[in-house]
Every structure is written in C-alpha cells, then in structure tokens.
Ligand binder design. Structure first.
Ligand code: SF4
Length: 83
C-alpha cells in the first residue's frame, strides 16, 4: 500500500514540493474512472465511489498525468506547473 497522500476531488494542498500539480473539477467529474486506468499510481476510486488522486505529481509520473488529462471525456483534470 502506498504511503503517499491522496486527496478527494475537492481536496486542497499537500506538503509535497513537486512542481506539477493535479486538480480535478468536482463539478465536471462523472467518476468514469478512465483516469484511473491511464494513471493508476495517481488516481484511484475509493470504496464509496469517490475519486482520489495525488495533487503533487512525482517527476517520474508526469507522462501518466498528461495521459490522464488527455483521456478525461469531461475535461475535468488540470495539470499545472508551478514556478
Ligand atoms: S476520467 Fe475524468 S470524469 Fe472520469 S473519473 Fe477521471 S476525472 Fe472524473
């Protein structure tokens, strides 16, 4: 089991200092789970049907994060780089 922090679609902030940050628009997300299939180390469905995800993307998983952004039919996922 991963010890990394996950957040709900409406979560805020983490202590991770990664420069790439994921966010999911909870109003758009329909819990299809395509992002989970594309990036299972970043997204997962909780037992109550909610979407959980890492807000801070490790450098090694940026391509997976980009694939998840591209795959979301609701355009609910944003990946931003902080300066
Ligand atoms: S693919 Fe998009 S709509 Fe589906 S669960 Fe992921 S964020 Fe939500």
């Amino acid at each position: 089991m991963s010890a990394r922090k996950t957040k709900t679609a409406s979560g805020t902030g983490t202590r991770d200092r990664s420069r790439h940050h994921l966010s999911v628009d909870n109003d758009r997300c329909r819990r299809y789970g395509i992002c989970v299939a594309e990036a299972p180390t970043l997204f997962r469905m909780s037992t109550d049907g909610g979407l959980r995800y890492l807000r801070s993307v490790p450098a090694t998983e940026i391509e997976q994060a980009k694939a998840a952004v591209r795959s979301c039919p609701m355009l609910a996922i944003a990946l931003n780089e902080r300066r």
